[in-house]
Structures are given as C-alpha cells and as structure tokens.
Design a protein around this ligand. Sequence first.
Ligand SMILES: NC(=O)C1=CN([C@@H]2O[C@H](COP(=O)(O)OP(=O)(O)OC[C@H]3O[C@@H](n4cnc5c(N)ncnc54)[C@H](OP(=O)(O)O)[C@@H]3O)[C@@H](O)[C@H]2O)C=CC1
Ligand SMILES: CC(=O)N[C@@H](CCC(=O)OP(=O)(O)O)C(=O)O
Length: 310
Amino acid sequence: MSAKIFIDGEHGTTGLQIRTRMAGRRDVELLSIPEAERRNAAMREDLLNSADIAILCLPDDASREAVSMVSGNNKVRIIDTSTAFRVADDWAYGFAEMDKAQSDKIRSARMVANPGCYPTGAIALIRPLRAAGLLPNGYPVSVNAVSGYTGGGKQMIAQMEDQSREDAISANNFLYGLTLKHKHVPEMKAHGLLDRSPLFSPSVGRFPQGMIVQVPLFLEDMASGTTLESIHAALVSHYAGQEIVTVVPLEESSKLGRIDAEELTGKDTMKLFVFGTPGGAHVNLVALLDNLGKGASGAAVQNMDLMLSA
Ligand SMILES: NC(=O)C1=CN([C@@H]2O[C@H](COP(=O)(O)OP(=O)(O)OC[C@H]3O[C@@H](n4cnc5c(N)ncnc54)[C@H](OP(=O)(O)O)[C@@H]3O)[C@@H](O)[C@H]2O)C=CC1
Ligand SMILES: CC(=O)N[C@@H](CCC(=O)OP(=O)(O)O)C(=O)O
C-alpha cells in the first residue's frame, strides 16, 4: 500500500519543489489541496489528519498551528521545514549525515525538523571539528554565506524578478541580517555543538538557486597541532560511508581558482572544501549546496524516505 503524503504549503517555493521530486513515484500517494483553498484551515486539518506523513512548508506560525491540528493523532508523522522546531528536544533534527546515529533517529521519529539551508552548510563544516576536538571551547566562529534568492520564498522571488513592484529589489548582491540576530543562529549553535553563538552574516545574489557557506578559521587558536590536512582528514572521516555529503580532495581544491554558487543547482548533494596553504596560518571551510536541494526540499524528501523505510 502506498503511503499518504500531504504537503501543507504545496503551492509555495519549498512545497512545489518537493512535489516535483515526488512526481511519478508509485510508493507514495499525494493528498493535495487546491491552490485557492491553501489557507482553508478546515480542509488543511482534514488532509493533515488523513496523511501518514505531513510535510509542512509554511511560515513558523502556520507550522505551529498545523502541528496543533494533529496533536491528538499519533498516526500522523511530521516533517517541518520551518524554523519552529529545530532546537526542540522532542523533534529529531533532519540532517542524516551530521553523525552516524542521526539517520536511525530520523527513521524512527514521529516529528522531524528539516534543517535551515544556511545551517546545513555551517553545521556540516563545524560539527565534525567539534566532535574531533579540533575546535576548542570559546572559539569565536564566524559564518558568512550567500544564497540564491528563492531562499526568501515567494515574496523575495517576486521582489527580485518583478522590477515594477513598489518593493522591488534592484541590487544584484546584498547583505542582510545586519542586526546579527538571524533566526538560524540558535540552530547552528545547538547542532554545531558550539558553546558560543556563531557570528552569522548572510547575503543574497541575483541567481535563483545555489548557496555558498564559509567558515574562516585561525589555526593558532585551534587545538595544538591542527593543520589544513588534519581538518580535511576529520571531515573525510566524518562523512565516510555515504554519498550525499562529499569532501573535495585537497589536491583538487588546491587547483581551483573560484567556486560557483550555482554549481549544485538542481542537485540534492553538498560539497565541502578546505582551502588554505599548507603550513599557513589560516583555513577557509566552504560548503556548496542548493538552498532548495540539500538546503530544503531535497532534504525533506530524503527524510521522508528514511521515515518510510522504518
Ligand atoms: N525557500 C528556501 O530556500 C527555504 C525555505 N525554508 C522554509 O520553508 C518554509 C516555506 O518557505 P517557502 O516555501 O520559501 O515560502 P513561500 O512563501 O514560497 O511558501 C509558503 C506557502 O505557505 C502558504 N501559507 C502561508 N501562511 C499560511 C497559512 N497560515 N496557512 C496555510 N498556508 C499558508 C503560502 O501561501 P500564500 O501564497 O497565501 O502566502 C505559500 O503557499 C518556511 O518555513 C521557510 O523558512 C527552509 C529552507 C530553505
Ligand atoms: C535568502 C533568505 O531570505 N533566506 C531565508 C532563509 C531560508 C531558509 O533556510 O529557511 P528557514 O530557515 O526559514 O526554513 C532567510 O534568511 O530568512
């Protein structure tokens, strides 16, 4: 029997891409709400309670409301793509590669919080170094990133693509989150295993999908003896045995002149790079992904598949 899946928010940016990824699958039956009824609470409640897995692609408040609509129904499992539950104790964090036990936690969970796009890159780079003892307590971590503009959902897509709007954005590349209080910081801290909040500076470029996340590091402030090579080895060891997150060999990355934020557009994988000069004082860690691939919709489908394999 096929599993019933309802995507609440199926007509939005993340929801549409999840739907596209599921097209043609026979093992799942998509329960659908007409676009004109997308905010009809009674219809949503009914569909949510008819699903085996509900995937929420909604703003935080609407996600909390959807979860309350199924709170008395233990049969419905949930994948939430919003920020609402990513550091909640009773939710599994939906980043299967972040450590060896995580895919089993997702497989058996009733509630799974899909990671944010920027935290997917940042946690992928930071967590293995904390787990290996290379990044000491108190280290002041910075995370700098650029996202494709679909990361801002329907509203930002319209602002970037329709210059006749009053709130149109004309910039080709802009910084935001200037108060340094971005909603992704708690998640980066918790799942990056950090004892201090990272300083996070995001930006957007005039391309629809793609993302670069950078974590620059001073080797002299890391554990004694840490090198470019030992950081790379820690990442390689952490991600051994799976194919979604790959660590680019040092020999290959040392020959690169530039990194293209759109390289993985349309893919659900992520590449990690370790840049610097052997024997040098500084290292720059880089994660490359599609904000709507491993950063959102691709990860949600990966989590759904894990849950269906329980
Ligand atoms: N875009 C991205 O790259 C990423 C997004 N996410 C997260 O995914 C979630 C969805 O974002 P995204 O797809 O970008 O957003 P969009 O704005 O593109 O889509 C959101 C959808 O939810 C609908 N919606 C809003 N409020 C309600 C409500 N109260 N009841 C029912 N439906 C509602 C919207 O309808 P309407 O058109 O009427 O507003 C729209 O269809 C967010 O929590 C976001 O933070 C996570 C990672 C990356
Ligand atoms: C470019 C842009 O605006 N990006 C979004 C984050 C996209 C994402 O990861 O979404 P959630 O964590 O909300 O699920 C932002 O900075 O708010």
